[in-house]
Design a protein around this ligand. Sequence first.
Ligand SMILES: Cc1cc2nc3c(=O)[nH]c(=O)nc-3n(C[C@H](O)[C@H](O)[C@H](O)COP(=O)(O)OP(=O)(O)OC[C@H]3O[C@@H](n4cnc5c(N)ncnc54)[C@H](O)[C@@H]3O)c2cc1C
Length: 473
Amino acid sequence: MIISGNDYIERLAGYKREIYVKGEKIQDFVEHPNIRPAINAIAFTYDLAARNDQYAPVSDLVGEKVNRLNYVNKTPEDLIARLDFQRELSMRTGTCHYRCPGADAICSIYPSTKEMDERLGTDYHQRFLSFLKEIQSKDYACTGALTDTKGDRSKRPKEAKDMYVHVVEKRDDGIVVSGAKIHQSGAFAADVNFVLPTQTFKKGEEEFAIAFAVTPEDEGVKYVLQNTGYQAKLREGGSYEAGNRKYGDRLTCTVLFDNVFIPWERVFVFEDLEAERRVLTNFAVSHRCAGAACKAGFIDSMIGAASLMLKANGLEKVPVLRQKIGEMVGISEATYGIAIGAATKGFEDFGSWQSNRLIANSGKIIGVEGFNKVLMNLAEIAGGIPVTAPSEFDLQNPEIGGLINKYLQASPNFTTEDRLKIIKFIEFWATSSHLLGGIHGGGSPAASIIFLQLLADIKSKEDAVKEALDINE
Ligand SMILES: Cc1cc2nc3c(=O)[nH]c(=O)nc-3n(C[C@H](O)[C@H](O)[C@H](O)COP(=O)(O)OP(=O)(O)OC[C@H]3O[C@@H](n4cnc5c(N)ncnc54)[C@H](O)[C@@H]3O)c2cc1C
């Protein structure tokens, strides 16, 4: 089923959630100025899917249209359609849409449970399919929680047990888990949080090799929101002072699991190292591929802002500045092209279509470098004003508003207010959580480089050079 963004918000408002913002437990979380933007961004994933059939494929599991982000990719075309959806969402919202890790969790648990059942004769896959049916037919918004707090990174999980989500009790009807997941994008605004392992584990560490789903009725789950300068700015109010007030920046939280009971129906990997490795690898690769498409969308948004800023300043004819926009377009298309390449050159894995591992990880590396370069171009085009401008409140102030209006006016084609909106939007891009989100979201570049080193066939490249140079050793 495809529901509307408003239907999703109404459903969410009915959940009792323990959410903390700036040290306070909040009540009406759906209306909170720090939370609402993330909800608006997720709501947009519903509304855009309703507008475009490409983003609402028919699922053979439920026999009706479902959101592309709740769909198991079976072909390269499926995956490409998802990437296009993500690029458009990122461009139109200028932020994270939060359902991407949920989509990656679905597409990685599907083959992993199937493989596990074939190997062990278990029924994890049927269990997962029943849950996926519910997700698809109710059009749930899902997120994915992997990152453990980890504590002292030099220790193995057994020595730092509480720093990893782990099983504290195994019962006939399910498991009880404790621990915390950090940096969780939009988890407080989702219907389902998939919880997956943060890393691969060795023999003897099976207790951490678990994957399960949390739903709103589960007790003992607490969400603590991030609190950056941007969140303070959102709390300040105004209509455009926060730059992207409607959709906000990349809003994350720490999720605390305080002895949470999870019924077996929602446990999809339990103490199996092989399945855990498959879930994690497929998730990481899928997320890095999708992340490259997302970055293209973010860059598209920055291109739009840069072009408007040139016009608002009366600089749109200056070749050296226009050239910077050309560079930004090149980076956006290259990043998108890597994602499409990874999808096209992917592989079949137990009935699902997965991205090419080498290419997807390259998308992370090139995407991060490109993102940095684009941000620099945007900053150069904008001048210093995104970090020095007065506020929208000053513009409205009867004593100084007239003067601000006069002195911040540039091109006659733009009102001072419209120019200030563009300036604030660029401030949002340059100073919010986007840069670090781009660098670390989906795993830090170091993690991708490790993948690339492991997967690359360096020997064939050495051999090619040796052959060309007549080296015979
Ligand atoms: C905005 C944002 C949104 C995010 N959303 C999500 C989400 O929705 N779900 C989710 O699960 N996670 C999410 N993440 C988490 C992201 O995956 C992590 O930030 C990333 O995996 C790095 O983990 P860390 O931040 O804990 O870094 P740390 O573990 O603190 O590491 C710091 C640095 O050291 C490197 N490092 C650490 N240990 C090693 C080692 N042994 N060898 C080599 N290098 C090492 C890391 O790669 C990193 O560069 C998000 C992050 C951000 C910033």
